[in-house]
Design a protein around this ligand. Structure first.
Ligand SMILES: NC(=O)c1ccc[n+]([C@@H]2O[C@H](COP(=O)([O-])OP(=O)(O)OC[C@H]3O[C@@H](n4cnc5c(N)ncnc54)[C@H](O)[C@@H]3O)[C@@H](O)[C@H]2O)c1
Length: 320
């Protein structure tokens, strides 16, 4: 069985990967619990509470065939104010430490999270060969990952380094991310509490909302392929743009509670992304990826999960 170390394994995408792949691979989740939650992981998954910036913590996993590096400072607002220096250090140090550790331990491939935020307001659809000018520090760290990965692979070509530019990912286990979670989750949580979801501007801004299971599919395909890549990057999305108005309508329908969105003036004056829609022809052709989860189904599932959590919460409140 292939052995896969997932840094950031107790986080949103990491825990979904570990849970969905636990029978296919020997997965080891490593997380410092800065944002993740060990409770996100299914029983039986090996968990290391550790820091991806520390070789001695990575050593606890022992040699592995693949590393999926999802640890790091995972969204743009985390770099604001006092978070700036720590945000950069955590992301950059963890990536470089993981590359060094992986190579020295004979790892075949390092697969890491880049981001669609790199594209800023580039022309749509977003293609991997576009020139990118990151609009925020978070995106700068991911551009650095891509360049550092390419340089590293030139010196050490035996280990493939594959980056995925995830679009706007939604799905279960985002609770620990709180205000940094995807808009679908945040809108869901608001509506479950009887609050109106807040939309900036007219709601016509779009995102390529991608179910986390499709992200897991892409990572798995990169693990499974026998093709040699050197260092490369791929978009993972659905190839479809959906407006926030459409999301709010779909959620209103799924909740059936008549709660509609509240519109406010956009407080983000600089660098706000107006549209996002990935061209996914590269990942389709090279890895055979095909998005499988329809947005309507993903949203229904998300609403059902939130309703169940609500019922659980209400009954435990009654017990107190
Ligand atoms: N969620 C999205 O829509 C999205 C989109 C594009 C890219 N990404 C990237 O994907 C990756 C995973 O994102 P996510 O949404 O699951 O975020 P997340 O914050 O839930 O996951 C990151 C996990 O890494 C852990 N972590 C942070 N620094 C660490 C360190 N030094 N050592 C060990 N663990 C550490 C955190 O505790 C957290 O559990 C991130 O790199 C993020 O930038 C996410």
């Amino acid at each position: 069985m292939k052995k896969v170390l997932v840094t950031g394994g107790a986080g949103f995408i990491g825990s979904n990967f570990c849970n969905l792949c636990k029978d296919k691979y020997e997965v080891i989740a490593l997380d410092n619990l800065f944002l993740g939650d060990e409770a996100n992981l299914d029983k039986g998954i090996k968990f290391i509470k550790g820091d991806a910036c520390k070789t001695e913590d990575l050593d606890k996993a022992g040699p592995v065939d693949f590393v999926v590096h999802l640890a790091g400072t995972s969204s743009a607002p985390m770099f604001m104010g006092n978070g700036l220096v720590k945000g950069y250090v955590n992301s950059v140090e963890s990536f470089l430490t993981v590359l060094e550790w992986a190579r020295k331990n004979g790892t075949k491939k390092v697969i890491y999270a880049s981001t669609s935020s790199l594209y800023g307001n580039n022309p749509l659809p977003l293609t991997e060969d576009q020139h990118v000018t990151p609009l925020n520090h978070y995106a700068v760290t991911k551009e650095l990952y891509e360049h550092a990965g390419a340089c590293y692979n030139k010196v050490y070509p035996e280990m493939d380094i594959i980056g995925f530019r995830f679009m706007s990912v939604y799905g279960p286990h985002e609770e620990a991310k709180g205000e940094f979670a995807n808009l679908i989750s945040q809108f869901c949580w608001d509506m479950a509490r009887g609050l109106q979801p807040v939309i900036y501007g007219d709601g016509e801004q779009t995102r390529d909302f991608t179910n986390v299971r499709d992200v897991v599919q892409g990572i798995t395909l990169a693990i499974e392929t026998n093709k040699k890549f050197g260092a490369d990057v791929f978009n993972i999305g659905t190839g479809r743009a959906t407006s926030l108005n459409e999301i709010a309508e779909a959620l209103e329908k799924a909740f059936g509670n008549g709660i509609q969105a509240k519109y406010i003036e956009n407080p983000v004056k600089e660098g706000y992304v107006k549209g996002q829609w990935a061209d996914i022809s590269k990942i389709k052709e090279v890895l055979g990826y095909e998005p499988k989860i329809k947005l309507e189904d993903g949203i229904k599932e998300q609403v059902e999960n939130v309703k169940i959590d609500r019922i659980r919460q209400t009954s435990s409140d009654k017990l107190r």
